[in-house]
Design a protein around this ligand. Structure first.
Ligand code: LLP
Length: 434
Protein backbone atom coordinates (compact mmCIF):
# COMPACT_ATOMS: atom_id res chain seq x y z
CA UNK A 1 0.00 0.00 0.00
CA UNK A 2 3.07 2.27 -0.23
CA UNK A 3 2.07 3.77 -3.51
CA UNK A 4 -0.74 3.98 -6.02
CA UNK A 5 -0.95 0.73 -7.97
CA UNK A 6 -0.20 1.91 -11.52
CA UNK A 7 2.79 2.12 -13.85
CA UNK A 8 3.73 4.53 -16.62
CA UNK A 9 4.63 2.78 -19.88
CA UNK A 10 7.06 3.80 -22.64
CA UNK A 11 4.35 5.89 -24.35
CA UNK A 12 3.91 7.90 -21.15
CA UNK A 13 0.52 6.30 -20.63
CA UNK A 14 -0.81 4.98 -17.36
CA UNK A 15 -0.90 1.25 -17.30
CA UNK A 16 -2.68 -0.93 -14.75
CA UNK A 17 -2.61 -4.70 -14.57
CA UNK A 18 -0.30 -4.61 -17.60
CA UNK A 19 -2.91 -2.84 -19.75
CA UNK A 20 -2.62 0.63 -21.29
CA UNK A 21 -5.48 2.75 -19.92
CA UNK A 22 -5.59 4.95 -23.01
CA UNK A 23 -6.27 1.85 -25.10
CA UNK A 24 -9.03 0.92 -22.64
CA UNK A 25 -10.60 4.36 -22.97
CA UNK A 26 -10.54 4.00 -26.77
CA UNK A 27 -11.90 0.47 -26.71
CA UNK A 28 -14.71 0.86 -24.14
CA UNK A 29 -15.35 4.60 -24.07
CA UNK A 30 -15.40 6.85 -21.02
CA UNK A 31 -16.25 7.27 -18.21
CA UNK A 32 -14.89 3.84 -17.44
CA UNK A 33 -14.16 2.13 -14.15
CA UNK A 34 -11.06 -0.08 -14.39
CA UNK A 35 -10.08 -2.55 -11.67
CA UNK A 36 -6.71 -4.23 -11.29
CA UNK A 37 -7.72 -7.72 -10.18
CA UNK A 38 -4.21 -8.59 -8.94
CA UNK A 39 -4.50 -5.74 -6.43
CA UNK A 40 -7.90 -7.02 -5.27
CA UNK A 41 -6.43 -10.50 -4.78
CA UNK A 42 -3.43 -9.10 -2.95
CA UNK A 43 -5.68 -7.17 -0.53
CA UNK A 44 -7.83 -10.28 0.10
CA UNK A 45 -4.74 -12.35 0.78
CA UNK A 46 -3.27 -9.82 3.23
CA UNK A 47 -6.27 -10.42 5.46
CA UNK A 48 -6.86 -14.13 4.89
CA UNK A 49 -3.21 -15.22 4.99
CA UNK A 50 -2.43 -13.26 8.15
CA UNK A 51 -5.22 -14.98 10.06
CA UNK A 52 -3.94 -18.32 8.67
CA UNK A 53 -0.35 -17.59 9.66
CA UNK A 54 -1.48 -16.72 13.16
CA UNK A 55 -3.40 -20.01 13.31
CA UNK A 56 -6.65 -18.25 14.17
CA UNK A 57 -10.12 -19.30 13.03
CA UNK A 58 -11.54 -16.35 11.18
CA UNK A 59 -13.89 -15.16 8.47
CA UNK A 60 -12.98 -12.24 6.26
CA UNK A 61 -16.34 -11.07 4.93
CA UNK A 62 -16.10 -8.70 1.97
CA UNK A 63 -18.50 -5.78 2.60
CA UNK A 64 -20.16 -6.00 -0.79
CA UNK A 65 -21.79 -2.55 -0.46
CA UNK A 66 -18.39 -1.19 -1.53
CA UNK A 67 -18.84 -2.76 -4.97
CA UNK A 68 -21.23 -5.57 -5.73
CA UNK A 69 -21.40 -7.35 -9.07
CA UNK A 70 -21.20 -10.93 -10.26
CA UNK A 71 -17.57 -10.59 -11.38
CA UNK A 72 -16.18 -9.04 -8.20
CA UNK A 73 -17.99 -11.60 -6.07
CA UNK A 74 -16.54 -14.39 -8.21
CA UNK A 75 -13.06 -13.05 -7.43
CA UNK A 76 -13.98 -12.78 -3.74
CA UNK A 77 -15.17 -16.39 -3.83
CA UNK A 78 -11.95 -17.56 -5.50
CA UNK A 79 -9.99 -15.88 -2.72
CA UNK A 80 -11.99 -17.73 -0.06
CA UNK A 81 -13.68 -14.75 1.58
CA UNK A 82 -17.16 -14.61 3.02
CA UNK A 83 -19.57 -11.87 1.96
CA UNK A 84 -21.45 -9.27 3.97
CA UNK A 85 -24.72 -8.12 2.39
CA UNK A 86 -27.14 -5.43 3.57
CA UNK A 87 -30.11 -5.85 1.28
CA UNK A 88 -32.10 -8.29 -0.79
CA UNK A 89 -30.33 -7.00 -3.91
CA UNK A 90 -26.88 -7.60 -2.47
CA UNK A 91 -27.98 -11.01 -1.17
CA UNK A 92 -29.44 -11.91 -4.57
CA UNK A 93 -26.22 -10.86 -6.32
CA UNK A 94 -24.09 -12.90 -3.90
CA UNK A 95 -26.24 -16.00 -4.42
CA UNK A 96 -26.20 -15.53 -8.19
CA UNK A 97 -22.40 -15.20 -8.10
CA UNK A 98 -22.26 -18.64 -6.49
CA UNK A 99 -21.20 -17.60 -3.00
CA UNK A 100 -21.80 -20.45 -0.56
CA UNK A 101 -24.85 -19.27 1.46
CA UNK A 102 -23.14 -20.38 4.67
CA UNK A 103 -20.52 -17.71 3.99
CA UNK A 104 -23.05 -14.89 3.68
CA UNK A 105 -23.85 -12.55 6.58
CA UNK A 106 -26.90 -10.32 6.46
CA UNK A 107 -26.74 -6.82 7.88
CA UNK A 108 -29.14 -3.87 7.91
CA UNK A 109 -30.99 -1.60 10.31
CA UNK A 110 -34.36 -2.22 8.65
CA UNK A 111 -34.35 -5.73 7.26
CA UNK A 112 -37.67 -6.45 5.64
CA UNK A 113 -39.58 -9.68 6.12
CA UNK A 114 -38.75 -10.54 2.50
CA UNK A 115 -35.06 -10.08 3.17
CA UNK A 116 -35.20 -12.21 6.29
CA UNK A 117 -37.32 -14.85 4.49
CA UNK A 118 -34.74 -14.98 1.71
CA UNK A 119 -31.95 -15.35 4.28
CA UNK A 120 -33.77 -18.16 6.08
CA UNK A 121 -34.87 -19.99 2.92
CA UNK A 122 -31.34 -19.92 1.52
CA UNK A 123 -29.77 -21.02 4.83
CA UNK A 124 -27.31 -18.15 4.96
CA UNK A 125 -24.55 -18.29 7.55
CA UNK A 126 -25.51 -15.54 9.94
CA UNK A 127 -27.90 -12.69 10.55
CA UNK A 128 -26.39 -9.69 12.29
CA UNK A 129 -29.35 -8.61 14.39
CA UNK A 130 -29.71 -4.86 14.66
CA UNK A 131 -32.83 -3.99 16.71
CA UNK A 132 -35.81 -5.28 18.73
CA UNK A 133 -38.26 -5.11 15.82
CA UNK A 134 -35.99 -7.43 13.88
CA UNK A 135 -35.74 -9.94 16.73
CA UNK A 136 -39.52 -10.33 16.63
CA UNK A 137 -39.70 -10.50 12.85
CA UNK A 138 -36.87 -13.00 12.52
CA UNK A 139 -38.26 -15.18 15.30
CA UNK A 140 -41.68 -15.38 13.68
CA UNK A 141 -40.15 -16.26 10.30
CA UNK A 142 -37.94 -18.94 11.85
CA UNK A 143 -40.91 -20.34 13.76
CA UNK A 144 -42.94 -20.46 10.58
CA UNK A 145 -40.18 -22.33 8.74
CA UNK A 146 -39.35 -24.39 11.81
CA UNK A 147 -35.69 -23.46 11.43
CA UNK A 148 -32.83 -22.32 13.60
CA UNK A 149 -30.31 -19.68 12.59
CA UNK A 150 -26.95 -18.39 13.78
CA UNK A 151 -27.11 -14.78 14.89
CA UNK A 152 -24.82 -12.20 16.39
CA UNK A 153 -25.93 -8.78 17.58
CA UNK A 154 -24.64 -5.47 16.37
CA UNK A 155 -23.71 -3.16 19.22
CA UNK A 156 -22.51 0.43 19.35
CA UNK A 157 -19.48 0.62 21.61
CA UNK A 158 -19.87 4.39 21.95
CA UNK A 159 -16.63 5.58 20.42
CA UNK A 160 -16.31 8.30 17.88
CA UNK A 161 -13.97 7.77 14.95
CA UNK A 162 -12.17 10.65 13.25
CA UNK A 163 -14.06 10.43 10.00
CA UNK A 164 -16.87 12.16 8.17
CA UNK A 165 -20.10 12.25 10.20
CA UNK A 166 -22.03 10.30 7.56
CA UNK A 167 -19.60 7.37 7.60
CA UNK A 168 -19.23 7.26 11.38
CA UNK A 169 -21.18 4.30 12.74
CA UNK A 170 -19.84 3.15 16.12
CA UNK A 171 -21.01 6.11 18.23
CA UNK A 172 -24.00 5.74 20.52
CA UNK A 173 -26.24 8.23 18.70
CA UNK A 174 -26.43 6.01 15.62
CA UNK A 175 -29.25 4.36 13.74
CA UNK A 176 -27.35 1.07 13.88
CA UNK A 177 -27.31 -1.56 16.57
CA UNK A 178 -27.95 -1.88 20.29
CA UNK A 179 -26.41 0.50 22.77
CA UNK A 180 -23.94 -1.29 25.02
CA UNK A 181 -24.29 1.11 27.90
CA UNK A 182 -28.03 1.71 28.40
CA UNK A 183 -29.22 -1.85 28.94
CA UNK A 184 -30.52 -2.42 25.40
CA UNK A 185 -27.72 -4.80 24.41
CA UNK A 186 -28.41 -6.78 27.62
CA UNK A 187 -32.10 -6.97 26.79
CA UNK A 188 -31.34 -8.23 23.27
CA UNK A 189 -28.87 -10.74 24.71
CA UNK A 190 -31.53 -12.15 27.07
CA UNK A 191 -34.14 -12.36 24.32
CA UNK A 192 -31.78 -14.20 21.97
CA UNK A 193 -30.20 -16.46 24.53
CA UNK A 194 -33.60 -17.80 25.53
CA UNK A 195 -34.86 -17.98 21.96
CA UNK A 196 -35.14 -21.62 20.77
CA UNK A 197 -34.96 -20.53 17.12
CA UNK A 198 -31.51 -18.96 17.21
CA UNK A 199 -27.95 -19.87 18.07
CA UNK A 200 -26.70 -16.71 19.68
CA UNK A 201 -22.99 -16.65 18.82
CA UNK A 202 -21.59 -13.29 19.77
CA UNK A 203 -21.16 -9.62 19.06
CA UNK A 204 -20.56 -7.34 16.13
CA UNK A 205 -19.39 -3.76 15.98
CA UNK A 206 -18.28 -1.50 13.15
CA UNK A 207 -16.69 1.68 14.37
CA UNK A 208 -16.57 3.62 11.13
CA UNK A 209 -14.70 3.95 7.87
CA UNK A 210 -11.34 5.20 6.63
CA UNK A 211 -9.61 4.46 9.94
CA UNK A 212 -5.82 4.58 9.79
CA UNK A 213 -4.76 3.27 13.17
CA UNK A 214 -5.30 0.14 15.20
CA UNK A 215 -5.99 1.97 18.50
CA UNK A 216 -9.70 2.47 18.01
CA UNK A 217 -10.16 -1.17 17.07
CA UNK A 218 -8.39 -2.10 20.30
CA UNK A 219 -10.61 0.30 22.29
CA UNK A 220 -13.75 -1.16 20.69
CA UNK A 221 -12.56 -4.71 21.41
CA UNK A 222 -11.86 -3.78 25.05
CA UNK A 223 -15.38 -2.39 25.38
CA UNK A 224 -16.94 -5.52 23.84
CA UNK A 225 -15.00 -7.72 26.24
CA UNK A 226 -16.21 -5.72 29.26
CA UNK A 227 -19.72 -6.74 28.25
CA UNK A 228 -18.70 -10.33 27.48
CA UNK A 229 -17.11 -10.59 30.93
CA UNK A 230 -20.42 -9.47 32.49
CA UNK A 231 -22.38 -12.00 30.45
CA UNK A 232 -19.95 -14.78 31.36
CA UNK A 233 -20.39 -13.97 35.06
CA UNK A 234 -24.15 -13.64 34.90
CA UNK A 235 -25.05 -16.43 32.44
CA UNK A 236 -21.88 -18.40 31.77
CA UNK A 237 -22.07 -17.15 28.17
CA UNK A 238 -19.06 -18.05 26.01
CA UNK A 239 -18.91 -16.16 22.68
CA UNK A 240 -18.20 -18.20 19.57
CA UNK A 241 -17.81 -15.19 17.26
CA UNK A 242 -16.51 -11.67 17.55
CA UNK A 243 -17.07 -9.54 14.46
CA UNK A 244 -15.05 -6.33 14.50
CA UNK A 245 -16.37 -4.82 11.27
CA UNK A 246 -14.46 -3.07 8.51
CA UNK A 247 -13.28 0.47 7.99
CA UNK A 248 -9.58 -0.03 7.26
CA UNK A 249 -8.25 3.12 5.60
CA UNK A 250 -6.86 3.46 2.06
CA UNK A 251 -4.95 6.13 0.14
CA UNK A 252 -7.10 8.55 -1.82
CA UNK A 253 -4.55 11.39 -1.82
CA UNK A 254 -1.01 11.80 -0.55
CA UNK A 255 -2.48 13.11 2.71
CA UNK A 256 -3.71 9.61 3.53
CA UNK A 257 -1.14 7.36 5.16
CA UNK A 258 -2.55 3.84 5.18
CA UNK A 259 -0.90 1.15 7.28
CA UNK A 260 -0.39 -2.37 5.90
CA UNK A 261 -3.57 -4.42 6.22
CA UNK A 262 -1.89 -7.25 8.10
CA UNK A 263 -1.17 -4.82 10.98
CA UNK A 264 -4.90 -4.54 11.71
CA UNK A 265 -5.27 -8.32 11.77
CA UNK A 266 -2.22 -8.82 13.98
CA UNK A 267 -3.39 -6.21 16.49
CA UNK A 268 -6.96 -7.53 16.57
CA UNK A 269 -5.79 -11.11 17.10
CA UNK A 270 -3.38 -10.02 19.85
CA UNK A 271 -6.12 -8.06 21.64
CA UNK A 272 -8.77 -10.77 21.38
CA UNK A 273 -6.24 -13.39 22.55
CA UNK A 274 -5.30 -11.33 25.61
CA UNK A 275 -8.92 -10.84 26.61
CA UNK A 276 -9.85 -14.47 26.00
CA UNK A 277 -6.99 -15.64 28.20
CA UNK A 278 -7.99 -13.19 30.93
CA UNK A 279 -11.59 -14.40 30.77
CA UNK A 280 -10.42 -17.98 30.57
CA UNK A 281 -12.48 -18.80 27.48
CA UNK A 282 -11.46 -20.38 24.15
CA UNK A 283 -10.51 -17.86 21.47
CA UNK A 284 -13.72 -16.93 19.59
CA UNK A 285 -13.70 -16.93 15.80
CA UNK A 286 -12.68 -13.46 14.66
CA UNK A 287 -14.64 -11.97 11.79
CA UNK A 288 -13.88 -8.76 9.93
CA UNK A 289 -15.74 -6.97 7.12
CA UNK A 290 -13.41 -4.99 4.88
CA UNK A 291 -14.99 -3.29 1.86
CA UNK A 292 -13.03 -0.23 0.81
CA UNK A 293 -9.64 -1.77 1.61
CA UNK A 294 -10.33 -4.67 -0.78
CA UNK A 295 -11.51 -2.74 -3.84
CA UNK A 296 -10.87 0.97 -3.18
CA UNK A 297 -7.42 1.59 -4.56
CA UNK A 298 -7.69 -1.32 -7.01
CA UNK A 299 -10.07 0.80 -9.09
CA UNK A 300 -9.60 3.95 -11.13
CA UNK A 301 -11.99 5.91 -13.31
CA UNK A 302 -11.05 7.16 -16.77
CA UNK A 303 -12.73 10.29 -18.13
CA UNK A 304 -12.37 12.32 -21.31
CA UNK A 305 -11.79 16.02 -20.83
CA UNK A 306 -14.25 18.24 -22.70
CA UNK A 307 -14.79 21.93 -22.11
CA UNK A 308 -12.51 24.21 -20.12
CA UNK A 309 -13.21 27.48 -18.42
CA UNK A 310 -10.67 30.08 -17.38
CA UNK A 311 -11.79 32.72 -14.85
CA UNK A 312 -8.90 35.20 -14.73
CA UNK A 313 -7.48 35.53 -11.26
CA UNK A 314 -9.93 33.01 -9.87
CA UNK A 315 -9.75 29.45 -11.19
CA UNK A 316 -9.36 27.14 -14.16
CA UNK A 317 -12.04 24.50 -14.57
CA UNK A 318 -11.84 21.42 -16.76
CA UNK A 319 -14.99 19.40 -17.29
CA UNK A 320 -15.11 15.65 -17.76
CA UNK A 321 -17.73 13.34 -19.25
CA UNK A 322 -18.80 11.89 -15.87
CA UNK A 323 -19.04 13.27 -12.36
CA UNK A 324 -21.37 12.83 -9.42
CA UNK A 325 -23.31 10.16 -11.32
CA UNK A 326 -20.29 7.82 -11.21
CA UNK A 327 -18.68 9.21 -8.04
CA UNK A 328 -20.96 10.94 -5.54
CA UNK A 329 -18.33 10.91 -2.78
CA UNK A 330 -16.83 14.39 -3.32
CA UNK A 331 -20.31 15.96 -3.34
CA UNK A 332 -21.59 13.88 -0.43
CA UNK A 333 -18.59 13.76 1.89
CA UNK A 334 -16.22 16.39 0.48
CA UNK A 335 -14.04 13.36 -0.29
CA UNK A 336 -10.67 14.14 -1.89
CA UNK A 337 -9.14 12.33 -4.83
CA UNK A 338 -5.94 12.38 -6.84
CA UNK A 339 -6.00 12.56 -10.62
CA UNK A 340 -3.53 12.59 -13.49
CA UNK A 341 -3.47 12.59 -17.25
CA UNK A 342 -3.54 8.97 -18.38
CA UNK A 343 -2.26 9.86 -21.85
CA UNK A 344 0.60 12.20 -20.72
CA UNK A 345 1.57 10.89 -17.30
CA UNK A 346 5.23 11.98 -17.61
CA UNK A 347 4.50 15.62 -18.48
CA UNK A 348 5.35 18.15 -15.79
CA UNK A 349 2.54 19.58 -13.70
CA UNK A 350 2.74 23.21 -14.76
CA UNK A 351 -0.79 24.28 -13.98
CA UNK A 352 -3.59 23.79 -11.48
CA UNK A 353 -7.17 22.98 -12.44
CA UNK A 354 -10.40 22.03 -10.73
CA UNK A 355 -12.18 19.04 -12.23
CA UNK A 356 -15.92 19.46 -12.77
CA UNK A 357 -18.45 16.79 -13.63
CA UNK A 358 -21.07 17.27 -16.32
CA UNK A 359 -24.20 17.26 -14.13
CA UNK A 360 -26.42 20.27 -13.80
CA UNK A 361 -25.37 20.93 -10.24
CA UNK A 362 -22.69 23.33 -8.92
CA UNK A 363 -21.66 20.77 -6.31
CA UNK A 364 -20.72 18.32 -9.06
CA UNK A 365 -16.97 18.78 -8.64
CA UNK A 366 -14.63 15.79 -8.56
CA UNK A 367 -11.34 17.45 -7.55
CA UNK A 368 -10.47 20.98 -6.47
CA UNK A 369 -7.05 22.48 -7.28
CA UNK A 370 -5.33 19.56 -8.95
CA UNK A 371 -1.71 20.15 -10.12
CA UNK A 372 -1.57 18.84 -13.70
CA UNK A 373 0.17 19.44 -17.08
CA UNK A 374 -1.53 21.91 -19.43
CA UNK A 375 -4.76 20.07 -20.33
CA UNK A 376 -6.19 19.73 -23.84
CA UNK A 377 -9.76 18.76 -24.63
CA UNK A 378 -9.69 15.06 -25.50
CA UNK A 379 -7.08 14.22 -22.87
CA UNK A 380 -7.86 11.20 -20.69
CA UNK A 381 -8.03 11.99 -16.99
CA UNK A 382 -7.56 9.12 -14.55
CA UNK A 383 -8.96 9.58 -11.07
CA UNK A 384 -7.38 7.11 -8.67
CA UNK A 385 -8.81 5.01 -5.83
CA UNK A 386 -12.40 5.10 -7.07
CA UNK A 387 -12.99 1.35 -6.65
CA UNK A 388 -15.12 1.56 -3.49
CA UNK A 389 -18.53 3.24 -3.30
CA UNK A 390 -18.18 4.64 -6.82
CA UNK A 391 -20.13 2.24 -9.02
CA UNK A 392 -22.17 1.09 -6.02
CA UNK A 393 -23.46 4.61 -5.35
CA UNK A 394 -23.79 5.60 -9.02
CA UNK A 395 -27.02 7.18 -10.23
CA UNK A 396 -28.82 8.17 -13.39
CA UNK A 397 -29.11 11.85 -12.44
CA UNK A 398 -29.67 13.90 -15.59
CA UNK A 399 -30.48 10.55 -17.21
CA UNK A 400 -26.79 9.81 -17.58
CA UNK A 401 -26.00 6.13 -18.16
CA UNK A 402 -24.08 4.21 -15.53
CA UNK A 403 -20.53 3.69 -16.76
CA UNK A 404 -19.03 0.35 -17.79
CA UNK A 405 -16.64 -1.64 -15.60
CA UNK A 406 -13.57 -3.45 -16.92
CA UNK A 407 -11.32 -5.86 -15.01
CA UNK A 408 -7.66 -6.12 -15.99
CA UNK A 409 -5.25 -8.86 -14.95
CA UNK A 410 -2.02 -10.25 -16.45
CA UNK A 411 -2.18 -7.91 -19.41
CA UNK A 412 -5.77 -8.90 -20.33
CA UNK A 413 -8.90 -6.77 -20.10
CA UNK A 414 -12.45 -8.04 -19.68
CA UNK A 415 -15.71 -6.11 -19.66
CA UNK A 416 -17.58 -7.13 -16.48
CA UNK A 417 -20.42 -4.59 -16.38
CA UNK A 418 -21.83 -3.17 -19.60
CA UNK A 419 -22.38 0.55 -20.00
CA UNK A 420 -26.07 1.35 -19.62
CA UNK A 421 -27.93 2.41 -22.71
CA UNK A 422 -30.69 5.00 -23.02
CA UNK A 423 -33.04 2.07 -23.65
CA UNK A 424 -32.02 0.76 -20.22
CA UNK A 425 -32.74 4.14 -18.71
CA UNK A 426 -36.26 4.42 -20.09
CA UNK A 427 -36.98 0.72 -19.74
CA UNK A 428 -38.96 1.22 -16.53
CA UNK A 429 -40.86 4.28 -17.77
CA UNK A 430 -44.51 3.74 -18.62
CA UNK A 431 -46.57 5.89 -20.88
CA UNK A 432 -49.29 8.26 -19.62
CA UNK A 433 -50.97 8.57 -23.01
CA UNK A 434 -54.38 7.05 -23.23
N1 LLP B 1 -19.29 -3.46 7.98
C1 LLP B 1 -20.31 -2.65 8.29
C2 LLP B 1 -21.30 -3.06 9.28
C3 LLP B 1 -20.43 -1.40 7.67
O1 LLP B 1 -21.44 -0.61 8.00
C4 LLP B 1 -19.48 -1.03 6.69
C5 LLP B 1 -19.60 0.25 6.00
C6 LLP B 1 -18.44 -1.90 6.40
C7 LLP B 1 -18.37 -3.12 7.06
C8 LLP B 1 -17.39 -1.61 5.36
O2 LLP B 1 -16.63 -0.50 5.63
P1 LLP B 1 -15.33 -0.18 4.73
O3 LLP B 1 -14.32 -1.26 5.03
O4 LLP B 1 -15.74 -0.23 3.32
O5 LLP B 1 -14.90 1.16 5.15
N2 LLP B 1 -20.48 5.19 1.33
C9 LLP B 1 -19.45 5.54 2.28
C10 LLP B 1 -19.11 4.42 3.20
C11 LLP B 1 -20.29 3.94 3.99
C12 LLP B 1 -19.87 2.73 4.74
C13 LLP B 1 -20.98 2.17 5.54
N3 LLP B 1 -20.62 0.98 6.16
C14 LLP B 1 -18.22 6.01 1.53
O6 LLP B 1 -18.29 6.16 0.33
O7 LLP B 1 -17.21 6.30 2.13
Amino acid sequence: MDQYPYQINSLGHIEIGGVDTVELANKYGTPLYVYDVAVIRERCRSFVDTFKQLGVRAQVAYASKAFSSIAILQVIKQEGLSVDVVSEGELYTALQAGINPEKIHLHGNNKSSRELEMAVENHIGCVVVDNFFEIELLTSILKHHNKKMDVIIRVTPGIKSKTHQYIMTGNEDSKFGFDLHNGQADEAFHLLLENPHVNFKGLHCHIGSQIFDTERFVTATNILFNKLAEWKDSHGFIPKVLNLGGGFGIRYTEEDQPIPLHHYVEKLVETVKEHSEQLDIPLPEIWIEPGRSIVGDAGITLYTVGSQKHIPGVRDYISVDGGMTDNIRPALYQAKYHGLLANRANDANDTVVSVAGKCCESGDMLIWDLPIPKVNSGDILAILSTGAYGYSMASNYNRIQRAAVVFVENGQDKLVIKRETYEDIISHDLSYES
